[in-house]
Design a protein around this ligand. Structure first.
Ligand code: GDP
Length: 442
Protein backbone atom coordinates (compact mmCIF):
# COMPACT_ATOMS: atom_id res chain seq x y z
CA UNK A 1 0.00 0.00 0.00
CA UNK A 2 1.40 3.45 -0.82
CA UNK A 3 2.38 5.75 2.04
CA UNK A 4 1.59 9.46 2.31
CA UNK A 5 3.43 11.58 4.88
CA UNK A 6 2.03 14.79 6.36
CA UNK A 7 4.86 17.22 6.97
CA UNK A 8 5.12 20.79 8.22
CA UNK A 9 6.15 22.94 11.16
CA UNK A 10 4.17 22.68 14.44
CA UNK A 11 0.63 24.11 14.55
CA UNK A 12 -0.16 24.27 10.85
CA UNK A 13 -2.94 21.70 11.30
CA UNK A 14 -1.26 18.42 10.46
CA UNK A 15 -3.19 16.45 13.07
CA UNK A 16 -6.50 17.87 11.91
CA UNK A 17 -5.68 16.91 8.35
CA UNK A 18 -4.66 13.46 9.53
CA UNK A 19 -7.96 13.02 11.40
CA UNK A 20 -9.89 14.32 8.42
CA UNK A 21 -8.27 11.74 6.12
CA UNK A 22 -8.43 8.81 8.51
CA UNK A 23 -12.01 9.66 9.49
CA UNK A 24 -14.01 7.12 11.44
CA UNK A 25 -11.13 4.72 11.57
CA UNK A 26 -9.31 7.06 13.93
CA UNK A 27 -10.05 4.78 16.85
CA UNK A 28 -7.93 2.14 15.17
CA UNK A 29 -4.87 4.33 14.83
CA UNK A 30 -1.89 2.97 16.69
CA UNK A 31 -3.70 -0.16 17.75
CA UNK A 32 -0.81 -2.24 16.54
CA UNK A 33 1.52 -2.98 19.42
CA UNK A 34 4.92 -1.44 19.05
CA UNK A 35 3.96 1.32 16.65
CA UNK A 36 5.95 4.38 17.57
CA UNK A 37 4.20 6.86 19.77
CA UNK A 38 5.79 9.81 18.05
CA UNK A 39 4.47 8.88 14.64
CA UNK A 40 0.81 8.21 14.10
CA UNK A 41 -0.24 6.09 11.18
CA UNK A 42 -3.65 5.41 9.74
CA UNK A 43 -5.33 3.62 6.90
CA UNK A 44 -7.14 5.89 4.45
CA UNK A 45 -9.84 5.11 1.91
CA UNK A 46 -10.53 8.26 -0.01
CA UNK A 47 -12.80 8.15 -3.08
CA UNK A 48 -11.35 4.96 -4.52
CA UNK A 49 -7.82 5.67 -3.29
CA UNK A 50 -6.35 3.51 -0.59
CA UNK A 51 -3.19 4.48 1.23
CA UNK A 52 -1.45 4.69 4.59
CA UNK A 53 -0.92 8.10 6.07
CA UNK A 54 1.79 9.08 8.57
CA UNK A 55 1.62 12.13 10.73
CA UNK A 56 4.54 13.69 12.59
CA UNK A 57 2.36 15.95 14.75
CA UNK A 58 2.52 13.86 17.92
CA UNK A 59 5.98 15.24 18.48
CA UNK A 60 4.70 18.73 19.07
CA UNK A 61 3.88 17.73 22.61
CA UNK A 62 7.43 16.71 23.43
CA UNK A 63 10.04 18.72 25.31
CA UNK A 64 10.48 22.12 23.68
CA UNK A 65 14.25 22.16 24.11
CA UNK A 66 14.73 19.17 21.86
CA UNK A 67 11.58 19.65 19.83
CA UNK A 68 12.94 21.08 16.60
CA UNK A 69 15.77 18.59 16.33
CA UNK A 70 13.47 15.67 17.00
CA UNK A 71 10.80 17.06 14.67
CA UNK A 72 13.38 17.33 11.96
CA UNK A 73 14.55 13.75 12.38
CA UNK A 74 11.03 12.44 12.57
CA UNK A 75 10.12 14.42 9.47
CA UNK A 76 13.07 12.98 7.62
CA UNK A 77 12.04 9.50 8.71
CA UNK A 78 8.48 10.10 7.54
CA UNK A 79 9.72 11.40 4.19
CA UNK A 80 11.91 8.32 3.77
CA UNK A 81 8.86 6.16 4.29
CA UNK A 82 6.68 8.14 1.91
CA UNK A 83 5.61 7.70 -1.69
CA UNK A 84 3.97 11.13 -1.58
CA UNK A 85 4.47 14.06 0.81
CA UNK A 86 1.73 16.49 1.84
CA UNK A 87 3.51 19.66 2.88
CA UNK A 88 1.25 21.81 5.05
CA UNK A 89 1.52 25.53 5.73
CA UNK A 90 -0.81 27.86 7.60
CA UNK A 91 -2.36 30.10 4.90
CA UNK A 92 -3.41 32.71 7.44
CA UNK A 93 0.09 33.04 8.86
CA UNK A 94 1.69 32.94 5.40
CA UNK A 95 5.10 31.44 4.81
CA UNK A 96 7.20 31.82 7.98
CA UNK A 97 10.91 31.29 8.54
CA UNK A 98 9.93 28.25 10.64
CA UNK A 99 8.47 26.62 7.51
CA UNK A 100 11.76 26.83 5.64
CA UNK A 101 13.75 23.96 7.20
CA UNK A 102 10.81 21.63 6.62
CA UNK A 103 10.39 22.89 3.06
CA UNK A 104 14.08 22.22 2.52
CA UNK A 105 13.74 18.59 3.65
CA UNK A 106 10.69 18.19 1.44
CA UNK A 107 12.48 19.61 -1.61
CA UNK A 108 15.11 16.92 -1.23
CA UNK A 109 12.49 14.22 -0.79
CA UNK A 110 12.74 12.78 -4.30
CA UNK A 111 9.03 11.92 -4.32
CA UNK A 112 5.98 13.93 -5.40
CA UNK A 113 4.96 16.75 -3.06
CA UNK A 114 1.50 18.26 -2.70
CA UNK A 115 1.45 21.69 -1.12
CA UNK A 116 -1.48 22.40 1.18
CA UNK A 117 -2.33 25.92 2.31
CA UNK A 118 -4.41 25.06 5.36
CA UNK A 119 -6.79 27.19 7.44
CA UNK A 120 -8.09 28.84 4.25
CA UNK A 121 -11.77 28.20 4.99
CA UNK A 122 -14.24 30.34 3.09
CA UNK A 123 -11.49 31.97 1.07
CA UNK A 124 -9.59 33.43 4.05
CA UNK A 125 -5.84 33.34 3.93
CA UNK A 126 -5.67 33.52 0.16
CA UNK A 127 -2.70 35.86 0.28
CA UNK A 128 -0.90 33.24 2.36
CA UNK A 129 -1.77 30.67 -0.24
CA UNK A 130 -0.22 32.89 -2.92
CA UNK A 131 2.85 33.36 -0.79
CA UNK A 132 3.18 29.60 -0.78
CA UNK A 133 4.12 29.74 -4.47
CA UNK A 134 7.46 31.14 -3.34
CA UNK A 135 8.33 27.82 -1.70
CA UNK A 136 8.95 26.34 -5.13
CA UNK A 137 6.87 23.29 -4.35
CA UNK A 138 4.24 23.81 -7.01
CA UNK A 139 0.69 25.16 -6.84
CA UNK A 140 -0.77 25.24 -3.34
CA UNK A 141 -4.20 23.80 -2.69
CA UNK A 142 -6.28 26.20 -0.58
CA UNK A 143 -7.60 23.92 2.10
CA UNK A 144 -9.41 23.70 5.41
CA UNK A 145 -8.77 20.53 7.36
CA UNK A 146 -11.14 21.76 10.05
CA UNK A 147 -14.05 22.34 7.65
CA UNK A 148 -13.24 19.74 5.02
CA UNK A 149 -12.72 22.26 2.22
CA UNK A 150 -10.37 21.48 -0.65
CA UNK A 151 -10.80 17.71 -0.37
CA UNK A 152 -11.84 17.46 -4.03
CA UNK A 153 -8.66 19.12 -5.20
CA UNK A 154 -6.55 17.07 -2.84
CA UNK A 155 -8.16 13.91 -4.18
CA UNK A 156 -7.37 14.93 -7.77
CA UNK A 157 -3.78 15.71 -6.84
CA UNK A 158 -3.30 12.42 -4.99
CA UNK A 159 -4.87 10.46 -7.81
CA UNK A 160 -2.32 11.94 -10.16
CA UNK A 161 0.72 10.94 -8.13
CA UNK A 162 -0.05 7.85 -6.07
CA UNK A 163 1.39 4.65 -7.48
CA UNK A 164 -1.22 2.59 -9.32
CA UNK A 165 -2.91 0.07 -7.03
CA UNK A 166 -2.15 -3.58 -7.54
CA UNK A 167 -5.36 -5.10 -8.95
CA UNK A 168 -4.64 -8.24 -6.94
CA UNK A 169 -4.98 -6.24 -3.73
CA UNK A 170 -8.14 -4.45 -4.66
CA UNK A 171 -10.93 -6.53 -3.35
CA UNK A 172 -9.11 -8.20 -0.52
CA UNK A 173 -10.73 -7.76 2.83
CA UNK A 174 -8.23 -7.77 5.67
CA UNK A 175 -10.95 -8.50 8.22
CA UNK A 176 -12.33 -11.54 6.41
CA UNK A 177 -11.74 -14.96 7.99
CA UNK A 178 -8.19 -15.94 7.22
CA UNK A 179 -7.34 -12.28 6.51
CA UNK A 180 -5.66 -11.00 3.42
CA UNK A 181 -3.95 -13.58 1.23
CA UNK A 182 -0.27 -14.04 1.84
CA UNK A 183 1.54 -13.88 -1.48
CA UNK A 184 4.09 -16.59 -1.94
CA UNK A 185 6.30 -17.40 -4.89
CA UNK A 186 8.35 -20.52 -5.33
CA UNK A 187 11.42 -19.84 -7.40
CA UNK A 188 14.48 -21.84 -8.29
CA UNK A 189 16.47 -23.30 -11.10
CA UNK A 190 14.74 -25.40 -13.74
CA UNK A 191 14.20 -28.92 -12.44
CA UNK A 192 14.49 -27.91 -8.79
CA UNK A 193 10.98 -29.30 -8.48
CA UNK A 194 8.84 -26.17 -8.29
CA UNK A 195 5.94 -27.53 -10.33
CA UNK A 196 5.93 -30.82 -8.46
CA UNK A 197 5.83 -28.97 -5.14
CA UNK A 198 3.04 -26.63 -6.18
CA UNK A 199 1.00 -29.53 -7.51
CA UNK A 200 1.47 -31.31 -4.24
CA UNK A 201 0.40 -28.26 -2.27
CA UNK A 202 -2.71 -27.79 -4.34
CA UNK A 203 -3.45 -31.48 -4.47
CA UNK A 204 -4.19 -31.36 -8.17
CA UNK A 205 -2.29 -31.87 -11.37
CA UNK A 206 -2.70 -28.32 -12.48
CA UNK A 207 0.74 -27.80 -13.87
CA UNK A 208 2.73 -29.79 -16.31
CA UNK A 209 5.57 -31.68 -14.70
CA UNK A 210 8.24 -33.38 -16.69
CA UNK A 211 11.84 -34.45 -16.63
CA UNK A 212 12.90 -31.85 -19.22
CA UNK A 213 13.79 -28.54 -17.66
CA UNK A 214 11.48 -25.66 -18.19
CA UNK A 215 8.35 -27.41 -19.24
CA UNK A 216 6.09 -24.90 -17.50
CA UNK A 217 6.21 -21.71 -19.51
CA UNK A 218 3.33 -19.73 -18.19
CA UNK A 219 3.26 -17.91 -14.95
CA UNK A 220 0.07 -17.98 -12.99
CA UNK A 221 -1.24 -17.16 -9.57
CA UNK A 222 -3.28 -19.71 -7.70
CA UNK A 223 -5.46 -19.35 -4.61
CA UNK A 224 -4.82 -21.82 -1.87
CA UNK A 225 -5.39 -22.20 1.82
CA UNK A 226 -3.10 -23.62 4.46
CA UNK A 227 -4.54 -24.22 7.94
CA UNK A 228 -7.14 -21.53 7.47
CA UNK A 229 -4.64 -19.06 6.11
CA UNK A 230 -5.28 -17.74 2.60
CA UNK A 231 -2.32 -18.00 0.27
CA UNK A 232 -1.80 -16.75 -3.26
CA UNK A 233 0.79 -18.92 -4.91
CA UNK A 234 2.73 -17.74 -7.90
CA UNK A 235 4.14 -20.29 -10.23
CA UNK A 236 6.91 -19.51 -12.62
CA UNK A 237 8.77 -21.13 -15.40
CA UNK A 238 11.97 -20.75 -13.44
CA UNK A 239 14.93 -18.49 -13.84
CA UNK A 240 17.29 -19.81 -16.40
CA UNK A 241 20.95 -19.11 -16.65
CA UNK A 242 21.42 -16.05 -18.81
CA UNK A 243 23.96 -17.76 -21.05
CA UNK A 244 21.37 -20.21 -22.21
CA UNK A 245 18.80 -17.65 -23.11
CA UNK A 246 18.54 -17.79 -26.83
CA UNK A 247 14.91 -17.72 -27.70
CA UNK A 248 12.02 -15.46 -26.91
CA UNK A 249 10.26 -17.93 -24.68
CA UNK A 250 13.31 -18.26 -22.49
CA UNK A 251 13.61 -14.50 -22.13
CA UNK A 252 10.00 -14.40 -21.17
CA UNK A 253 10.68 -16.97 -18.50
CA UNK A 254 13.44 -14.88 -16.90
CA UNK A 255 11.25 -11.83 -16.65
CA UNK A 256 8.58 -14.12 -15.22
CA UNK A 257 10.96 -15.08 -12.44
CA UNK A 258 11.52 -11.43 -11.60
CA UNK A 259 7.80 -10.83 -11.77
CA UNK A 260 7.25 -13.71 -9.35
CA UNK A 261 9.70 -12.21 -6.86
CA UNK A 262 8.03 -8.81 -7.15
CA UNK A 263 4.60 -10.38 -6.78
CA UNK A 264 5.52 -12.20 -3.60
CA UNK A 265 5.81 -11.18 0.01
CA UNK A 266 7.65 -14.37 0.88
CA UNK A 267 9.83 -16.10 -1.68
CA UNK A 268 10.62 -19.76 -1.28
CA UNK A 269 13.92 -20.42 -3.00
CA UNK A 270 13.79 -24.07 -3.89
CA UNK A 271 17.13 -25.82 -4.10
CA UNK A 272 17.74 -29.29 -5.40
CA UNK A 273 19.35 -30.77 -2.28
CA UNK A 274 21.43 -33.13 -4.40
CA UNK A 275 23.08 -30.16 -6.16
CA UNK A 276 22.64 -27.26 -3.73
CA UNK A 277 24.02 -23.73 -3.93
CA UNK A 278 25.00 -23.54 -7.54
CA UNK A 279 25.92 -20.07 -8.71
CA UNK A 280 22.47 -19.61 -10.18
CA UNK A 281 20.83 -20.32 -6.82
CA UNK A 282 22.91 -17.59 -5.20
CA UNK A 283 22.00 -15.17 -7.98
CA UNK A 284 18.32 -15.86 -7.34
CA UNK A 285 18.73 -15.24 -3.60
CA UNK A 286 20.56 -11.97 -4.34
CA UNK A 287 17.65 -10.92 -6.51
CA UNK A 288 15.16 -11.73 -3.76
CA UNK A 289 17.29 -9.73 -1.31
CA UNK A 290 17.60 -6.71 -3.57
CA UNK A 291 13.85 -6.71 -4.14
CA UNK A 292 13.44 -6.74 -0.35
CA UNK A 293 11.37 -9.89 0.01
CA UNK A 294 11.32 -12.33 2.90
CA UNK A 295 13.12 -15.56 2.12
CA UNK A 296 12.73 -19.21 3.02
CA UNK A 297 15.05 -21.86 1.63
CA UNK A 298 13.45 -25.16 0.65
CA UNK A 299 15.77 -28.15 0.27
CA UNK A 300 13.86 -30.26 -2.21
CA UNK A 301 14.40 -33.91 -3.21
CA UNK A 302 15.34 -34.68 0.40
CA UNK A 303 14.14 -38.24 -0.28
CA UNK A 304 17.24 -38.72 -2.43
CA UNK A 305 19.66 -37.70 0.31
CA UNK A 306 21.47 -40.53 2.10
CA UNK A 307 23.07 -38.75 5.07
CA UNK A 308 20.25 -36.38 5.98
CA UNK A 309 21.48 -35.05 9.36
CA UNK A 310 24.99 -34.54 7.98
CA UNK A 311 23.85 -32.69 4.88
CA UNK A 312 21.39 -30.53 6.79
CA UNK A 313 24.10 -29.43 9.20
CA UNK A 314 26.44 -28.65 6.34
CA UNK A 315 23.83 -26.72 4.34
CA UNK A 316 22.84 -24.64 7.38
CA UNK A 317 26.50 -23.71 7.79
CA UNK A 318 26.72 -22.89 4.09
CA UNK A 319 23.73 -20.57 4.50
CA UNK A 320 25.37 -18.65 7.33
CA UNK A 321 28.52 -18.25 5.25
CA UNK A 322 27.01 -17.65 1.81
CA UNK A 323 23.94 -15.62 2.71
CA UNK A 324 24.88 -13.02 5.35
CA UNK A 325 22.31 -10.63 3.86
CA UNK A 326 19.47 -12.88 5.04
CA UNK A 327 21.17 -14.20 8.15
CA UNK A 328 19.10 -16.69 10.13
CA UNK A 329 17.03 -17.67 7.09
CA UNK A 330 14.85 -20.76 7.64
CA UNK A 331 16.16 -23.84 5.85
CA UNK A 332 13.52 -26.53 5.41
CA UNK A 333 14.18 -30.00 4.02
CA UNK A 334 11.28 -31.39 2.02
CA UNK A 335 10.15 -33.63 -0.76
CA UNK A 336 7.61 -32.28 -3.17
CA UNK A 337 7.33 -35.68 -4.77
CA UNK A 338 6.64 -37.54 -1.51
CA UNK A 339 4.72 -34.66 0.04
CA UNK A 340 7.02 -34.46 3.05
CA UNK A 341 8.00 -31.34 4.95
CA UNK A 342 5.27 -29.15 3.46
CA UNK A 343 3.81 -28.21 6.84
CA UNK A 344 7.22 -27.17 8.12
CA UNK A 345 7.76 -25.18 4.93
CA UNK A 346 4.49 -23.30 5.32
CA UNK A 347 5.15 -22.63 9.01
CA UNK A 348 8.45 -21.10 8.02
CA UNK A 349 6.74 -19.04 5.28
CA UNK A 350 4.17 -17.60 7.68
CA UNK A 351 6.86 -16.83 10.27
CA UNK A 352 9.03 -15.16 7.65
CA UNK A 353 6.09 -12.95 6.65
CA UNK A 354 5.58 -11.91 10.27
CA UNK A 355 9.23 -10.97 10.69
CA UNK A 356 9.18 -9.06 7.43
CA UNK A 357 6.14 -7.10 8.57
CA UNK A 358 7.41 -6.35 12.08
CA UNK A 359 7.26 -2.84 13.56
CA UNK A 360 9.54 -1.94 16.43
CA UNK A 361 8.89 1.03 18.65
CA UNK A 362 11.25 3.97 18.47
CA UNK A 363 11.95 3.85 22.20
CA UNK A 364 13.06 0.21 22.06
CA UNK A 365 15.28 0.96 19.07
CA UNK A 366 16.91 3.87 20.87
CA UNK A 367 17.46 1.84 24.03
CA UNK A 368 19.18 -0.73 21.88
CA UNK A 369 21.16 1.97 20.04
CA UNK A 370 22.63 3.52 23.15
CA UNK A 371 23.61 0.09 24.44
CA UNK A 372 25.13 -0.99 21.10
CA UNK A 373 27.09 2.25 20.63
CA UNK A 374 28.44 2.31 24.15
CA UNK A 375 29.55 -1.33 23.93
CA UNK A 376 31.26 -0.69 20.61
CA UNK A 377 31.49 3.04 19.84
CA UNK A 378 31.70 4.24 16.24
CA UNK A 379 35.25 5.14 15.19
CA UNK A 380 36.65 8.65 14.97
CA UNK A 381 37.14 10.23 11.56
CA UNK A 382 39.86 12.87 11.25
CA UNK A 383 39.89 13.36 15.00
CA UNK A 384 36.12 13.75 15.35
CA UNK A 385 34.05 10.98 16.76
CA UNK A 386 31.08 9.90 14.66
CA UNK A 387 27.98 10.27 16.76
CA UNK A 388 24.73 8.40 16.18
CA UNK A 389 22.02 10.22 18.04
CA UNK A 390 18.75 8.70 17.11
CA UNK A 391 17.24 5.78 15.25
CA UNK A 392 13.77 4.86 14.12
CA UNK A 393 12.08 2.31 11.91
CA UNK A 394 10.73 4.07 8.84
CA UNK A 395 9.16 1.13 7.06
CA UNK A 396 8.46 -2.53 7.30
CA UNK A 397 8.20 -5.14 4.52
CA UNK A 398 11.23 -5.34 4.76
CA UNK A 399 12.31 -3.65 8.01
CA UNK A 400 13.94 -0.33 7.16
CA UNK A 401 15.69 1.76 9.79
CA UNK A 402 17.04 5.31 9.69
CA UNK A 403 19.96 6.52 11.78
CA UNK A 404 20.56 10.18 12.48
CA UNK A 405 23.76 11.77 13.68
CA UNK A 406 27.02 13.47 12.72
CA UNK A 407 29.23 12.38 9.83
CA UNK A 408 27.32 9.18 9.33
CA UNK A 409 28.43 9.06 5.71
CA UNK A 410 31.90 8.30 7.07
CA UNK A 411 30.75 5.20 8.98
CA UNK A 412 32.79 2.22 7.81
CA UNK A 413 30.93 -0.69 6.22
CA UNK A 414 32.04 -2.95 9.04
CA UNK A 415 30.28 -0.72 11.55
CA UNK A 416 27.00 -0.56 9.64
CA UNK A 417 27.21 -4.35 9.41
CA UNK A 418 27.65 -4.46 13.18
CA UNK A 419 24.50 -2.35 13.57
CA UNK A 420 22.44 -4.39 11.10
CA UNK A 421 23.46 -7.62 12.80
CA UNK A 422 22.67 -6.05 16.15
CA UNK A 423 19.20 -4.98 15.03
CA UNK A 424 18.61 -8.46 13.62
CA UNK A 425 19.56 -10.10 16.91
CA UNK A 426 17.91 -7.66 19.28
CA UNK A 427 14.57 -7.54 17.51
CA UNK A 428 14.50 -11.08 16.14
CA UNK A 429 14.56 -10.39 12.43
CA UNK A 430 15.99 -13.58 10.89
CA UNK A 431 15.79 -14.29 7.17
CA UNK A 432 14.68 -10.88 6.01
CA UNK A 433 16.63 -8.22 4.19
CA UNK A 434 17.21 -5.19 6.46
CA UNK A 435 17.55 -1.69 5.06
CA UNK A 436 19.49 1.09 6.75
CA UNK A 437 19.43 4.78 5.81
CA UNK A 438 22.01 7.14 7.24
CA UNK A 439 21.07 10.77 7.73
CA UNK A 440 23.66 13.30 8.72
CA UNK A 441 22.20 16.30 10.45
CA UNK A 442 25.35 18.42 10.72
P1 GDP B 1 10.62 -27.30 -12.04
O1 GDP B 1 11.34 -27.08 -13.31
O2 GDP B 1 11.35 -26.63 -10.91
O3 GDP B 1 9.19 -26.94 -12.05
O4 GDP B 1 10.76 -28.87 -11.69
P2 GDP B 1 9.67 -30.06 -11.85
O5 GDP B 1 8.65 -29.93 -10.80
O6 GDP B 1 9.26 -30.13 -13.27
O7 GDP B 1 10.57 -31.32 -11.43
C1 GDP B 1 11.70 -31.70 -12.16
C2 GDP B 1 11.98 -33.17 -11.93
O8 GDP B 1 12.35 -33.42 -10.57
C3 GDP B 1 10.79 -34.07 -12.21
O9 GDP B 1 11.25 -35.24 -12.85
C4 GDP B 1 10.25 -34.41 -10.82
O10 GDP B 1 9.58 -35.62 -10.76
C5 GDP B 1 11.51 -34.42 -9.98
N1 GDP B 1 11.24 -34.05 -8.57
C6 GDP B 1 10.57 -32.96 -8.12
N2 GDP B 1 10.51 -32.97 -6.76
C7 GDP B 1 11.13 -34.07 -6.33
C8 GDP B 1 11.36 -34.64 -5.02
O11 GDP B 1 11.00 -34.12 -3.97
N3 GDP B 1 12.06 -35.82 -4.99
C9 GDP B 1 12.49 -36.43 -6.12
N4 GDP B 1 13.13 -37.58 -5.97
N5 GDP B 1 12.27 -35.94 -7.36
C10 GDP B 1 11.59 -34.77 -7.48
Amino acid sequence: MPTVAIVGRPNVGKSTLFNRLVGKKLALVDDRPGVTRDRREGDVRFGGLHFRVIDTAGLEESDAATLMGRMRMQTEAAILAADVVLFVIDARAGVLPADQPFAELVRRAGCPVILIANKAEGGTGLSGAYEAFTLGLGDPIPFSAEHGEGLGELHEALKGVLPKPDPEDDEEDEDAPGGRSLKVAIVGRPNAGKSTLINRMLGEDRLLVGPEAGITRDSISLDWEWRGRKIKLHDTAGMRRRARIDDKLEKLAVSDGLRAVRFAEVVVVLLDATIPFEKQDLTIIDLVESEGRAVVIGLNKWDLVADQPGLLKQLREDCTRLLPQVRGVAVVPLSGLAGEGLDKLMQAVVQAAEVWDKRISTSRINDWLSEATSRNPPPAVSGRRIKIRYATQVKSRPPHFALFGNQLNALPKSYTRYLVNGLREAFELPGTPIRLSLRTSQ
